[in-house]
Write a protein that binds this ligand. Structure first.
Ligand code: NAD
Length: 388
């Protein structure tokens, strides 16, 4: 089984899907690894490191696709909406593709992958079960993004984070609010605490309270109970507009007292709710910073623009898109470990074993034998259920 690692082609992407340290695990399992020349350069992994760990290097992308039985990508077609389509003619029937494919973004991209005959797995569909924790690439990237969001805010904020008592006077600590205490939000809270900020966290899911408090942050309690806040997978459920309006009203005071607001509130398959309005932004202290990690899904701040930092009344609003790519060494290391764990779960005795009785395989498999096979994606496409 030859695993091919092509260079990522999304503009500005610096991650690579496999790092040298993970190559021996795959070789031990009977796989060969073929890396496109310079694929790891932008993440700090030159070709010689891969060769030193037992991989081979291919001069061209064509060669990687031609030789590989399975391809590891970070952003595959769908998740890479700029250049991902260029890889479609290089895929062939039966070839395995593993990567972020954003299958519920525009599901027609999954149809395009299906037409190549490839067997594609979308890692963002990994079930959040204990058994799959080591394969959870979404959590890995959210961890990196939560950390980097706070570092970005600290860089732009015209004030310092920690409280300092100096001969030149006392500097008060920065007030940081994190809205949405999932994986990225909790990492943002931990990072802001380490920098010395006074941190508050808020989430619609009651279970988040204890996690926020265990990081030494204050949990913002709103006199507002969400109906059925959490689904069985642990994700937030969408609420109606009346609920969000009330939420904005109640959040206004804490937002306008904050120097930094990191927003991460999303609901699977939905546009992100607007929780920070233009009026709230106008009432924040001059120089405050909002980092909107929900920007890719429309943003939690009314003033967020998808590809542009906005400054409004002295407040900087940063759309945090693809932040994990800006910490490419560790993001690639975590991603590669997740992918290798997943792939080794799929492969038995050097061959792919598609056991659809296994939840991990079933939930991540999106295309096979020329068809879209994932029930949720078929539904999004208006296709009948398989076998139905
Ligand atoms: N293997 C595992 O068991 C595993 C792995 C990762 C995450 N999880 C759990 O999955 C859940 C989702 O995590 P995630 O980081 O992917 O979440 P996410 O990225 O889907 O959402 C981020 C956060 O925003 C919150 N949110 C949504 N709407 C909101 C609103 N209107 N106001 C305030 N907050 C709002 C969500 O509750 C969530 O905590 C969490 O419970 C997490 O602990 C479990």
């Amino acid at each position: 089984m030859i695993i091919g690692v092509p260079t990522e082609t999304f503009p500005g992407e610096r991650r690579v899907a496999l790092v040298p340290a993970v190559v021996p695990n795959l070789v031990k399992a009977g796989c060969e690894v073929l890396v496109q020349q310079c694929a790891g350069d932008a993440a700090g992994f030159p070709d010689s490191f891969y060769v030193g760990k037992g991989a081979r290097v291919a001069a061209t992308r064509h060669e990687v696709f031609k030789s590989a039985d399975a391809l590891f990508q970070v952003l595959g077609h769908g998740a890479n909406d700029r250049t991902g389509r260029d890889d479609l003619p290089l895929l062939r029937p039966g070839q395995v593709l593993v990567g972020f494919l954003r299958p519920l973004g525009d599901p027609r991209t999954v149809v395009e992958i299906a037409r190549t005959g490839a067997i594609a797995f979308a890692v963002e569909l990994m079930p959040r079960i204990t058994r799959a924790q080591s394969m959870d690439a979404l959590s890995s990237m959210a961890t990196v993004a939560g950390y980097k969001a706070v570092v970005l805010a600290a860089q732009i904020l015209p004030r310092m984070f920690p409280m300092l008592t100096t001969a030149a006077g006392t500097i008060p600590p920065a007030k940081v609010l994190v809205i949405g205490a999932g994986v990225s939000g909790l990492q943002a809270i931990a990072t802001a605490r380490r920098l010395g900020g006074v941190v508050s966290g808020y989430d619609i899911r009651p279970a988040a309270k204890e996690q926020v408090q265990s990081l030494g942050a204050r949990f913002v309690e709103l006199p507002l109970a969400a109906a059925d806040a959490e689904d069985r997978r642990g994700y937030a459920r969408a609420q109606d507009e009346t609920f969000y309006a009330r939420q904005r009203e109640l959040l206004a005071r804490v937002v306008t007292e904050s120097d930094v607001v990191v927003t991460t509130a999303v609901v699977p398959g939905q546009r992100a709710p607007v929780l920070v309005t233009a009026d709230m932004v106008a009432a924040m202290p001059w120089g405050s910073v909002i980092v909107d990690l929900a920007a890719e899904r429309g943003g939690n701040c009314e003033l967020t623009r998808p590809a542009e930092t906005v400054v409004a009344r002295g407040v900087t609003i940063i759309p945090a898109v693809n932040l994990a790519s800006t910490v490419p060494t560790h993001a690639s290391q975590m991603y590669a470990k997740n992918l290798a764990a997943f792939f080794l779960h799929l492969v038995k005795d050097g061959a792919l074993r598609l056991d659809l009785g296994d939840e991990i395989t079933r939930e991540t498999l999106v295309t096979r034998d020329g068809e879209v096979v994932h029930p949720r994606i078929r539904e999004a496409l208006g296709l009948p259920a398989k076998g139905g």
